[in-house]
Design a protein around this ligand. Structure first.
Ligand code: PSU
Ligand code: MN
Length: 305
């Protein structure tokens, strides 16, 4: 174990006892949702995982130390501090060297979860290929991470601020199994549909675990992406979202937002444009993903016994 990564006692005990563990990211707490919804979401995710019989391990950079299994005090602080930096694979080491607080995105959460030998991770939506990628070259390091670390990542697809067909193409190029959870269509985060059909569908958590086991037994070191649509009662239909995305993206261009700031900027614009409805949907899908990930982690640990 590297000396700059700390695994909480709680998670270490769970690991020695062979318990199922689910990693959680912290970018959603520090940059994805406004206060107090960020902490509501964080605690609902942890509770949903526990309800399945698994242990949640929220990951973040706490004053320069990479922490796997944040305490409630640390989570609360992540939710209120205004100096928590969004970290991807390119700035993680600098944030740690400077002793700063960092919020881990999908990419850095995967890196640290892999170090801690955690196999399942729940998030909201992954980053991917942005719609204007041919101009901006903006392709999330989440895709690189999915290619590099052996974790099952559960998400609600990705928002249509991304170019979803191109994102799916890159996942295929990188050899990342894309598995619809009880869905034969790629969900688009707030919306259950995207028009993109999936060829791999899992009806049960045990089906996902079985695919992952085969994947890793074959020697692949990459992850698997499980996409679970937001529960119907909380969905915002795709056709309603499209005009909000267009307005938010036009504002980002006007204000010359680029790099790591793009996704948080668009999320907050969308929340204003939907009068907060997007936040309710975001929390619902996060909680649903945590529940699904908890069930998958349990299935995986049973199959590995
Ligand atoms: N999508 C969301 N909420 C988020 C993110 C994505 O709906 O908070 C975060 C995740 O942590 C994801 C990151 O890994 O944004 C992707 O950022 P970028 O596009 O800059 O790679
Ligand atoms: Mn980006």
């Amino acid at each position: 174990m590297p000396s700059n990564v700390v695994i909480s006692d709680d998670i270490q005990v769970a690991q020695t006892e062979g318990e199922a563990i689910v990693a959680l990211e912290s970018a959603v707490i520090a940059t994805g949702l406004p206060s107090p919804h960020n902490l509501t979401a964080a605690y609902r995710c942890e509770a949903a995982i526990r309800l399945q019989g698994a242990k949640p391990a929220t990951i973040a950079i706490i004053g320069g130390i990479a922490k796997v299994g944040c305490t409630t005090d640390e989570i609360d602080e992540l939710g209120i501090r205004d100096d928590v930096v969004k970290t991807n694979l390119s700035n993680l080491s600098a944030i740690m060297a400077h002793g700063r607080w960092g919020a881990t995105t999908v990419s850095t959460t995967m890196h640290l979860a892999a170090i801690a030998k955690i196999s399942v991770f729940s998030t909201g939506g992954i980053g991917g290929v942005h719609r204007d990628a041919e101009k901006s070259f903006d392709i999330s390091s989440d895709l690189m991470a999915l290619a590099s670390y052996p974790l099952i990542v559960v998400c609600a697809g990705a928002k249509s601020i991304l170019d979803l067909p191109r994102t799916v193409e890159v996942l295929e190029t990188l050899g990342i199994p894309l598995i619809g959870y009880r869905s034969s269509e790629l969900p688009a985060f707030y919306s259950r549909t995207s028009g993109i059909k999936l060829d791999i569908v899992a009806d049960e958590p045990s089906d996902v675990a079985r695919i992952a086991k085969e994947h890793w037994k074959l020697g692949f070191k990459s992850g698997l992406l499980v996409v679970a649509p937001v529960p119907e009662a909380s969905e915002i239909p795709a056709q309603e979202m499209e005009s909000f995305y267009k307005t938010a993206m036009a504002q980002a261009e006007q204000e010359k937002i680029y790099g790591k700031a793009v996704t948080p900027f668009l999320l907050s614009k969308i929340s204003a444009l939907t009068s907060g409805r997007s936040i309710t949907t975001n929390i619902a899908l996060l909680e649903n993903n945590a529940r699904v990930a908890g069930a998958i982690a349990i299935a995986l640990s049973q199959q590995l016994k």
